[in-house]
Design a protein around this ligand. Structure first.
Ligand code: SAM
Ligand code: F3S
Length: 442
């Protein structure tokens, strides 16, 4: 019987992507098959996140729960990866000696060797180094699941926003060479992929070498991907407003395959707060970027990230954030209460915002964003949308589920053979978290 791997993933899309790569590498080298039951597994991996909350504590809590499994199955391997692993390193083994391997986001390709070394030496293995981009040269080609795929184009972040751990846990920005990215996308297209999401903490900092000393930026990469006939749609995430260059804004005008949706985290609408966060732009500059983007691509849907309760945020600052949301009319947002992260400069800032005030601001912000999301959904009723069919609907198995350009789920009646193809649907109703559509037959 095939040996099994259980992975529990916390956090962002990068971690989801990394977990898929962990599964690929362990399937290719050790023949491990995925299971969703920890008690069936021969290898258990926690892919952790430390961006918010007491993620650390949660990891140890969850580890405690699988510890008992180790007593039943002597050769069970327990691994901890991701950003908590990166921050804590050997500290994890110190606190939980039953952990066998600790790896970082940049060393996950080394897991098979680490497992072998663990078995050979009987000692826990820790490797949370940042060995440049070697990871991608060592990983097997990604396995394809459906017609939409993520492609990592760069890793890490060098922006050092004062609240954020990512530059410390994932390292500084490193881009994959242009040809490597294009080859991976061409291989995915050969396996039936029609829609790609270019992924990175900060994709518009992409600087991929082209050979001969030349460097491609994200706009160049987008143009090359758009030339591939089998790729119908291109997305990219996440972008930083500071690097929305005129070339990239132009891409929304020139590259038709680029979706009419952009996730552009703003964090706050108050200049004082933006400066204390070291975001590198003012609210006016952000508005001007949005104006230029919407000139290049009328109707562009924008989503964003917000932090409320950043140290020193006043009611007037928060009102500035609400005003920005009202004016820009975001089509959804992730919003968070500021969470002090060990080792980041913001922890030294004065004037913490009391929890109750931060919670109240979060609730007000979310209800405004939700209302805007709903009114965008209602405005879509009566329109025709080109959607990628992803499979059966979650609620009603007789229905199909698909994704719109602006990342909404549409449910509609249709034949399962349409799965993994693009179809046109007429939107007939807007529900709280999805749309109802009807297949348009020509
Ligand atoms: N690379 C992205 C960007 O352009 O900003 C964001 C990366 S971060 C993993 C995702 C989001 O988490 C951020 O946009 C921010 O809103 C939120 N975040 C990061 N650190 C945080 C903290 N210490 N407290 C609360 N939210 C935080
Ligand atoms: Fe974090 Fe700011 Fe980079 S939010 S990921 S340091 S752009």
């Amino acid at each position: 019987m095939a040996r099994k791997l259980y992975i529990r993933t916390f956090g962002c899309q990068m971690n989801e992507y990394d977990s898929a790569r962990i599964a690929d590498v362990l399937a290719a080298e050790d023949g491990l098959a995925l299971t969703d039951r920890p008690d069936d597994a021969d290898v258990i991996v926690f892919n952790t996140c430390s961006v918010r909350e007491k993620a650390q504590e949660r990891v140890f809590h969850d580890l405690g729960r699988v510890r008992a499994l180790k007593a039943q199955k002597g050769d069970l391997i327990i691994g901890v990866g991701g950003c908590v692993a990166s921050q804590e390193g050997a500290g994890i083994v110190k606190r939980a000696p039953y952990v066998d391997i600790v790896f970082g986001p940049q060393t996950l390709h080394r897991i098979p060797q680490m497992i072998r070394a663990r078995r050979a030496t009987g000692k826990p293995q820790v490797d949370v180094s940042f060995p440049e981009i070697e990871k991608f040269d060592r990983l097997p080609p990604p396995t394809v699941d459906g017609a939409a795929a993520y492609v990592s184009i760069m890793e890490g972040c060098s922006k050092y926003c004062t609240f954020c751990v990512v530059p410390y846990t994932r390292g500084e920005e490193v881009s994959r060479p242009l040809d490597d990215v294009l080859t991976e996308i061409a291989d995915l297209a050969d396996q039936g992929v029609r829609e790609v999401t270019l992924l990175g903490q900060n994709v518009n900092a992409y600087r991929g070498s082209m050979g001969g000393g030349e460097v491609a930026d994200l706009a160049t990469l987008l143009e090359h991907v758009a030339e591939m006939p089998s790729i119908e749609r291109i997305r990219f995430t996440t972008s930083h407003p500071k690097e929305m260059t005129p070339r990239l804004i132009d891409a929304f005008e020139r590259v038709d395959k680029l979706v009419s949706h952009l996730h552009l985290p703003v964090q706050s609408g108050a200049d004082r707060v933006l400066a204390a966060m070291k975001r590198g732009y003012t609210a006016l500059e952000y508005r001007s970027i949005v104006r230029r983007l919407r000139r290049a691509r009328p109707g562009l849907s924008l989503t964003s990230d917000f932090i409320v309760g950043f140290p020193g945020e006043t009611e007037a600052d928060f009102a500035g954030t609400l005003k920005l949301i009202e004016d820009i009319r975001f089509d959804g947002a992730f919003s968070f209460i500021y969470s002090p992260r060990p080792g980041t400069p913001a922890t030294a800032l004065p004037n913490p915002v009391p929890r109750a005030i931060a919670q109240d601001r979060l609730a007000r912000l979310q209800s405004l964003v939700d209302a805007q999301y709903q009114s965008h959904s209602e405005a879509m009723v009566g329109s025709r949308q080109r959607v990628l069919v992803t499979g059966p609907a979650t609620r009603d198995e007789g229905d199909l589920q698909a994704r719109t350009d602006n990342n909404r789920v549409v449910n509609f009646a249709g034949d399962a053979v349409l799965t993994n193809t693009y179809v046109d649907v007429a939107i007939v109703a807007a529900q709280a978290h999805s749309l109802r559509g009807e297949l348009v037959t020509l």
